[in-house]
Design a protein around this ligand. Structure first.
Ligand SMILES: [Zn+2]
Ligand SMILES: [Zn+2]
Length: 414
């Protein structure tokens, strides 16, 4: 197999190929579930490389490269959707679609994975195992990853591990970032409808006030974080919307709260959501009202599996040296739907950061900003890491670990 320096050289030799694809995708951004042009571009690129490719989950693409020898199967993931933002970068390849922009780097994710596919296609005879390419739609909204899983992307051949990453403008080109274990938060959204009994504002005793009840619920929710979870664990409960009533002298029938719960790891997610429901219903009951709680699962969170994370970390060090690998200590309370590929079926997964920054010059604007930019020099390093991780994973004799990071040992639920 190739050395790390040879892999990096091959990736750098593909810089123009990736840059051209990236600029084409950037100029023609598409919102989630509408990625028809990007899908066609990816299908053609994979087919041109001699890789089996098919549409999946409406606007996604599933690619399969069968290695020359039998072995394990790794899934490599990129996302393809853009955001409803009017681009203001002034770049020559700026969005040609008004109000839509690649402001989260998914254009680079797609282009770099195609670059990796091009390199791996040339190495297929040396590969012991298979590589699946997951070009997923709709990461930004309700999650295309789960739809790809539901459509069978992890079967046939069965996937043994999934690897992916996100571009980071805050990390310089030539650097990688990695967070072991709990990496991104899971997200649940909620709607709580508090039903009391409306009456005249001058005679509250003749009714049940849903505004006071909902206010008590909002205050009591704060104790979920301060009193019910361990100080060393992390969770967030935020009420972002509180609506009730139409006039100052009328106590209304209902009050509606909407918000989000962010948790780290499946155990914390289950516990916090359960306690949220118990507390909300219980406070309403104590006030003589009733609370109807609707909790919806959004993104599942990411827990990086230990064995695969170590393999990825070693691959990073081989490519750029230990000094250019940033190991994060804190998880991200934001969300990423990559976890859908790994969590439910307990498949080892690892999600990392690819450096696309330029030391706070053009790339100083945050993701989801209308002036967001990435340094394309990061494409080659992202592609190289996809290839290195694939080569190392398929060359490994035994599975990286039997224990899955998404299913941590159960902590006593006090
Ligand atoms: Zn985003
Ligand atoms: Zn993103």
């Amino acid at each position: 197999m190739l050395t790390s320096q040879e892999i990096l050289s091959l990736a750098q030799a593909r810089q123009d190929y990736m840059s051209e694809l990236r600029r084409d995708i950037h100029a023609h951004p598409e919102l989630g579930r509408q990625e028809a042009r990007t899908q066609a571009l990816v299908l053609k690129a994979l087919t041109d490389l001699g890789i089996e490719a098919q549409p999946i989950a409406d606007t996604g693409v599933l690619g399969l490269l069968r290695g020359g020898k039998p072995g394990k199967t790794i899934g490599l993931r990129a996302d393809m959707d853009a955001l409803p933002i009017q681009e203001e970068t002034g770049l020559p390849y700026s969005s040609q679609t008004p109000g839509v922009m690649h402001a989260c780097g998914h254009d680079c994710h797609t282009a770099s994975l195609l670059g990796a596919a091009a390199i791996l296609a040339n190495l297929r005879d040396q590969l012991a195992g298979n590589v699946k390419f997951f070009f997923q739609p709709n990461e930004e909204k309700d999650g295309g990853a789960q739809r790809m899983v539901d459509a069978g992307c992890l079967e046939n051949p069965k996937v043994d591990a999934v690897f992916g990453g996100h571009s980071s403008a805050g990390l310089p080109v030539g650097w990688y970032g990695l967070k072991y274990d709990k990496c991104y938060a899971a997200s649940n959204t909620f709607t709580v409808t508090v039903t009391g009994q409306g009456c005249h504002g001058a005679y509250p005793g003749s009714g049940i006030d849903p505004i006071v009840t909902a206010s008590q619920i909002v205050v009591a929710m704060q104790t979920l974080i301060s009193r019910r979870i361990y100080a060393t664990d992390s969770a967030v409960v935020t009420v972002g919307s509180f609506h009730a009533g139409v006039a100052g002298n009328i106590i209304p029938d209902t009050a509606v709260l909407r918000g989000t719960i962010r948790t780290l790891g499946p155990e914390m997610r289950e516990k916090t959501c359960r306690q949220f429901r118990e507390l909300t219903e219980g406070v309403a009951k104590a006030m003589g009202a009733e609370a109807q709680v609707e909790l919806q699962e959004s993104h599942p969170g990411i827990v990086n599996e230990e064995g695969l994370s170590q393999l990825v970390n070693r691959a990073m060090i081989k490519l750029v040296g230990e000094d250019r690998v940033r190991i994060a200590r804190e998880p991200n309370m934001g969300t990423e739907d990559f976890g859908a590929f790994t969590n439910r079926l307990a498949i080892p997964g690892c999600f990392c950061s690819f450096g696309y920054g330029d030391g706070q010059k053009d790339c100083r604007f945050p993701a989801h900003s209308s002036r967001f930019q990435l340094n394309e020099g990061g494409l080659a390093y992202a592609a190289a890491l996809f290839v290195q991780v694939t080569a190392d994973f398929l060359a490994e004799e035994a599975p990286s670990s039997k224990s899955c990071g998404s299913l941590p040992a159960k902590k006593e639920d006090l």
